[in-house]
Design a protein around this ligand. Structure first.
Ligand code: NAD
Ligand code: IPM
Ligand code: MN
Length: 356
């Protein structure tokens, strides 16, 4: 089979981690006789520098004409003072909206080999941790009305959090479907004690839950949830939450895995189309130094094989290769707190490739 992949390396460590993911995909292609065709396109700071626009139309067109998108990361200090709608991050939001990627899956799994890299006490993580954050990705405060105005207190700015019942329903269905394939537990996280949009969220999630009698539903306020994530993360199976709460809680959950450099993600539209990217950003502080952990991006490529292409065996191969490299003791700098055999971005990609 031939699979068409739009590749958006982006900025900072983006191109470095993407190179390693492509190398791993090539190895899978060779082993299983698949052809992966890559079309590299610009978005973010790289696109601003080359074309003046953070998200050129060509990039959108190529992504739409592909079977899936693999993205590194966008953003960096160089572009931090541009107006909001011209910033590199705007490209990412534009792609999510244009491609209809409303469901963002962010699995946080602790590889046993990395239990020492997790900052939580051994008794908290004993027996392993395995949760997935299902984050609503094309609504809420990220996409609500925004602007500036004069107030009694002087110049002010605002961003509106708005959710329709339908937006909540479709993300809740994704979460409950996922729970049915896992441990049948959904935790919906909101701020229903304060926000009207959260009260609507909670009501609609409860309605969807009626269609899944086998799944246990819990509701938590986001402040409590942030605390529970470090106090007792084992209570979570599937978390479903809004765009902004999911952004924050998934970075928190990443620490369970030992490093943000380990956390992959899938952003899915209706059907099988998806964009796959690590949860981390462009890490300008370590860019260009062969220090970035490429595992989050490589595991995102595995999610692409599993979810969009239906290649479960191939995805398993990649995940097992990552485990093998970790259990052989190799560590990129972000995972070195407790020692190990030091490797860089390229060596990590090489080792994973040869373990497949
Ligand atoms: P970041 O995730 O880029 O970095 C946070 C910290 O984690 C840094 O110390 C960094 O060195 C480290 N880190 C991140 N990824 C790593 C990896 N793979 N291996 C080892 N260490 C890693 O977050 P930030 O510093 O808040 O943001 C930097 C830029 O990235 C900003 O412009 C931000 O808007 C952007 N950003 C982009 C995305 C995306 O494209 N999906 C996501 C988050 C942030
Ligand atoms: C993420 C990032 C993005 C977000 C930014 C860069 C727009 O933090 O993917 O988690 O907030 O969604
Ligand atoms: Mn984020």
């Amino acid at each position: 089979m031939n699979y068409k992949i739009a590749v958006v390396p982006g900025d900072g460590i983006g191109p470095e981690v993407i190179d390693q993911a492509l190398r791993v995909l090539d190895r899978i292609g060779e082993k299983y006789n698949h052809t992966f065709t890559y079309t590299k396109v610009l978005a973010g700071g790289a696109a601003i520098d080359a074309t003046g626009k953070c998200l050129p139309q060509e990039t959108i067109d190529v992504c739409k004409a592909s079977d899936a998108v693999l993205l590194g990361a966008v953003g960096g200090w160089k572009w931090d003072n541009l107006p909001g709608d011209e910033r590199p991050e705007r490209a990412l939001l534009g792609l999510r909206k244009e491609l209809g990627l409303f469901a963002n899956l962010r699995p946080a799994m602790l590889f046993e080999e990395l239990s020492q890299a997790c900052p939580l006490k051994p008794e908290i993580i004993e027996g392993g941790l395995d949760l997935v954050v299902v984050r609503e990705l094309t609504g809420g405060i990220y996409f609500g009305e925004k602007g500036t105005k004069e107030t009694e207190m002087g110049p002010a700015a605002y961003d509106v959090e708005l959710y329709s019942e339908e937006e909540v329903r479709r993300i809740a269905i994704v979460a409950f479907d996922m729970a049915m394939k896992r441990n049948k537990k959904v935790t919906s996280i909101d701020k229903a004690n304060v926000l009207e949009s959260s009260r609507l969220w909670r009501r609609v999630v409860a309605e969807v839950a009626k269609d899944y009698p086998e799944v246990e539903l819990n509701n938590l306020y986001v402040d409590n949830a942030a605390m529970q994530m470090v106090l007792n993360p084992k209570q979570f199976d599937v978390i479903v939450t809004s765009n902004i709460f999911g952004d924050i809680l998934s970075d928190e959950a990443s620490q369970i895995t030992g490093s943000i450099g380990m956390l992959p993600s899938a952003s899915l539209a209706k059907g099988n189309f998806g964009m796959y990217e690590p949860v981390h950003g462009s890490a300008p502080d370590i860019a260009g130094q062969n220090k970035a952990n490429p595992m989050a991006t490589i595991l995102s490529a595995a999610m692409m094989l599993r979810y969009t292409f239906g290649l479960g065996q191939e995805a398993d191969d990649i995940e097992n290769a990552v485990k093998k490299v970790l259990s052989d003791g190799y560590r990129t700098p972000d995972l070195m707190a407790n020692g190990g055999k030091a490797i860089g971005t390229k060596e990590a990609g090489e080792l994973i490739t040869s373990a497949i």
